[in-house]
Design a protein around this ligand. Structure first.
Ligand code: GLN
Length: 253
């Protein structure tokens, strides 16, 4: 049987130079550190404004994309459009992909910004986003719609949101909103799950605040190429206490 020390994770981090709202780069740092603590080798490739040559392909195990301004979103949408077929294949083949806020919006069919302009999207999913002037800002707590109990006895996901966009879709949600706004501030749904694609409005950054979600993604990525059913447990006492404390504070505000 293969041990974790012999495992490798190939990660593509898309546009950290322009899509790093509220420290979304922390998602990459978290995945990398949690994998490395287990002896898993992590190979990171970046797509940036000055080097867009890296492509998502069959060697990619995980893709991370942060949130940003409408301009940054347009850049990521154009990149996704250029490699649309590979991105669709990657998602259909259970590739792990995390898209935060503006990037999550860019996986949809339409995004209408605050001035009524139609910003081109990658048109990969049936997601629609329409912006309003009044922004949805603040701490947010979700009850997870995916089973994270394998990684910790927690079913909450926490983060911070700041978006003008109201997003609507019929896919599975990432979680039910217990405090905050989520996709649109109306239907109590937040984010989206399709295979191992996770779209979410949650900055924070998301994964350091939710190590159980980070481990969920690492396990899914490794399971696409290795026969394993769990990850070695890490000592997350501090992270879990911090998570629970934030949940209590936000829910009792
Ligand atoms: N276009 C997004 C919005 O709805 C950008 C916000 C973000 O990525 N935090 O405001």
């Amino acid at each position: 049987m293969i041990t974790m020390v012999e495992m490798e994770l190939n990660i593509i981090n898309m546009y950290p130079d322009i899509l790093n709202m509220y420290g979304d780069i922390g998602n990459l740092i978290c995945i990398k550190q949690r994998a490395m603590w287990r002896g898993i080798k992590v190979n990171i490739q970046e797509i940036t404004l000055s080097n867009e040559t890296t492509k998502i392909d069959e060697n990619t195990d995980m893709v991370l994309i942060g949130g940003g301004s409408d301009n940054g979103q347009t850049v990521v949408a154009n990149n996704l459009l250029k490699q649309k077929q590979s991105v669709e294949n990657y998602i259909e083949n259970n590739g792990v992909l995390l898209a935060i806020c503006g990037s999550y919006q860019m996986f949809g069919q339409t995004y209408i910004d605050g001035d009524g302009n139609n910003i081109p999207c990658s048109e990969i999913f049936d997601i629609e986003t329409i912006s309003q002037k009044e922004r949805l800002i603040g701490d947010i707590v979700l009850k997870s719609n995916i089973n994270l109990s394998k990684h910790h006895d927690l079913d909450t996901i926490i983060g911070f949101e700041n978006h003008g966009g109201r997003t609507y879709h019929k896919y599975d949600k990432l979680g039910t909103v217990e405090a905050g706004f989520g996709n649109n501030g109306k239907d109590e749904e937040e984010g989206m799950i399709y295979n191992n694609f996770i779209g979410s409005y949650l900055h924070g950054p998301l994964l350091p605040k939710n190590p159980h979600l980070a481990d969920y993604m690492i396990l899914k990525a490794l399971q696409n190429k290795y026969e394993i059913d769990s990850l070695e447990q890490l000592n997350d006492e501090i992270e879990i206490n911090a998570h629970k404390s934030r949940v209590n504070t936000i829910l009792t505000k």
